[in-house]
Design a protein. Sequence first.
Length: 266
Amino acid sequence: MIEYLFDADTQEALTPVGHGEWNARVSPMWNIDGVPNGGYLMALCLVAAGQEVSHPDPLSMTSHFVGPTKPGEATVASRVIKRGRSLSVTAVELVQNSRVTVTSLITWGDLSALSGPSGPLRPPPILPENSEMQGGPQERGASTFIERFDFLMPSDMAMGAAGRPTGRAEARGRMRFEDGRPPDLMSVPVFADGFPPAVFQLGHYGWAPTLELTIHFRTRPHPGWLTIDLASSHLLEGAFEEDCYIWDSQDNLVAMSRQMGRTLVG
């Protein structure tokens, strides 16, 4: 029996039909303003593609969002481009109403088999104690995605996400599944694409759709809160890039990502 909603809406939502294809059910439980979160759609593709290779861990995933996806029936099609000893590569498409809506390229490996020099490493940001931080976005109803998580943010950034911007395109805090599901690499996309965008701190609130998102997976996370650190350097004609770093509860670097997005408000 599936214990957690994320697993029900990824693993259990996929029915294999053979030759690298799955019938998929895109859940409405991960919506932002009625649209499925891009990280959730990436996770759906990631779980499907992972069944096609023997390597246990995604190392890199790049996804392009080329059309709108809606809750409901869809198809996930995965193709193995390379099947090697240390690495495999898969190409994955999410198709709805005969149109590709998300296309991804994923490199797979085994993080536990990697060895070699390390450092210098970027440390996680220094944050107040959990009891000294505020909850993040409070909007409910329009965003079922927000209801799936607990958020903690420093007071100034929590207020910035809620309507009193700091004026700096930076956001940081902690995030975890609301139902207690431990984080793992398959769930990293929803954390990389789920924290309130840094451009909110400039006063640009509203839907900020992801056009492209690349994630580098570095460590299998320990249970507990994930620490998220976001920054955007350029907002130009409504388009922005956003860099994201994610650490686990033991301060291990779990993943880093960069996305291109748009802010559809003035």
